[in-house]
Design a protein around this ligand. Structure first.
Ligand SMILES: Cc1cc2nc3c(=O)[nH]c(=O)nc-3n(C[C@H](O)[C@H](O)[C@H](O)COP(=O)(O)OP(=O)(O)OC[C@H]3O[C@@H](n4cnc5c(N)ncnc54)[C@H](O)[C@@H]3O)c2cc1C
Length: 337
């Protein structure tokens, strides 16, 4: 299917976009012996990417509540790849809690998801002492993990360089101007060629307090979207995330109230926390909210990662690699022209 072009016999690969999708692709192809160049039009801070704003939860079992089985399949495979490549990634599980009035939603969440343990108030306290007395019960998903996007993206970029790949920041690339195999990982910005893509706004807030300590992400049942508090270390917490069918990138008063209210509901001491940042990103989504790898000879696009970019990118990169190296097609996510 693909011609050999690189010095070791492997094709040279150009990747457009150094967000989470492009970075995992670059890493696996560079490790596979390909000459890899990543073109990223922003700078190394990556503030223009959706990945910069993400929660970074690696939660395939929790996500099963509202997504197709393919998300769990790829997500569980991704956990192995995160562990292999970044052994420092914390796998301390996730917690789901609810107030008494949201009991029915909590039971529904428990029914629709697997690989969790029910915790009573005492077990909850043992796991997260700060939640003592706050909730009567919780669901614990012990095998889930989380990464801090703003730390892990530079770590991925460093790993790409160690594997022999190059990242050119400030390089606004067009697939047609590049030779060899091109993997387009432009996320929401690929709408010029992927007209079905839409942006789903996710708003987040970062707060700081030394009054609350959490070890793992805590999700609070909410009628409109899953709201969560993720510990970031050094007394910082990310509150996320709304999910709104809008391509505007502001943060509304209503969303801010909901995010801050969720934190306050998890622990009233968050009421005294300092607000460090409000922000939002546009999740790139196809109409079915599923990821897609489209292959047209030497032009490959990987997109539609929606709310699962950190969860799915390792497995998607592995699939793309398997297709280029061995011609293996995954019928659930690949479309061949
Ligand atoms: C608030 C929020 C919370 C989220 N939480 C989670 C979570 O907990 N877990 C999870 O798995 N996912 C989460 N997501 C989803 C996740 O962030 C996205 O799925 C993911 O970031 C999409 O990554 P991407 O690499 O496709 O796109 P991006 O991260 O947007 O990267 C695309 C890159 O391409 C570059 N680019 C564009 N055009 C060009 C060009 N012509 N030349 C060169 N470079 C170009 C851009 O500058 C950008 O850096 C969340 C998203 C949001 C907004």
């Amino acid at each position: 299917m693909y011609q050999n072009k690189g010095p070791g016999g492997q094709s040279a690969i150009s990747i457009i976009g150094a967000g989470i999708a492009g970075s995992w692709h670059a890493l696996l192809f560079a490790e596979g012996g390909h000459a890899v160049t990543v073109h990223e039009r922003g700078d190394a801070s990556m503030t223009q990417s959706t990945s910069h704003w993400a929660g970074g939860m690696l939660a395939p079992w929790c996500e099963a509540e509202s997504s197709e089985p393919v998300i769990s399949r790829l997500g569980i495979r991704s956990l192995d790849l995160w562990r292999q490549h970044f052994p420092q990634v914390p796998f301390k599980g996730s917690l789901v809690v609810a107030h008494a009035r949201d009991r029915a939603d909590f039971e529904r969440f428990a029914r629709l998801t697997t690989n969790h343990r029910r915790l009573d108030a005492r077990a909850l306290r043992e796991l997260e002492p700060a939640l003592d007395g706050r909730f009567r019960e919780g669901l614990f998903y012990p095998d889930e993990g989380h990464v801090e996007p703003r730390r892990v993206l530079p770590e991925l970029h460093a790993a790409i360089a160690r594997a022999g790949g190059k990242i050119e920041f400030g390089s606004d690339a067009e697939a047609d101007d590049l030779d060899g195999i091109v993997i387009d990982c432009r996320g929401f910005f690929a709408r010029d060629t992927q007209t079905e893509l839409r942006g789903v706004k996710g708003e987040m807030i970062i707060i700081e307090t030394s009054e609350v300590e959490l070890t793992r992400p805590v999700r609070l049942m909410h009628p409109r979207f899953p709201l969560y508090v993720i510990p970031r270390g050094d007394g910082r917490f990310m509150l996320g995330a709304t999910s709104i069918e809008s391509e505007d990138t502001g943060v509304s008063v209503r969303s801010a109230l909901e995010l801050l209210g969720a934190a306050y509901a998890v622990h009233p001491a968050f009421g005294e926390a300092r607000i460090l940042e409000f922000g939002s990103g546009l999740r790139p989504a196809f109409p079915d909210n599923l990821p897609r790898i489209s292959i047209d000879q030497e032009r490959i696009t990987v997109n539609g990662l929606y709310r699962h970019g950190f969860l799915l990118s390792p497995a998607l990169a592995e699939l793309t690699f398997g297709c280029v190296a061995r011609g293996v097609i995954d019928n659930e996510v690949m479309r061949c022209a």
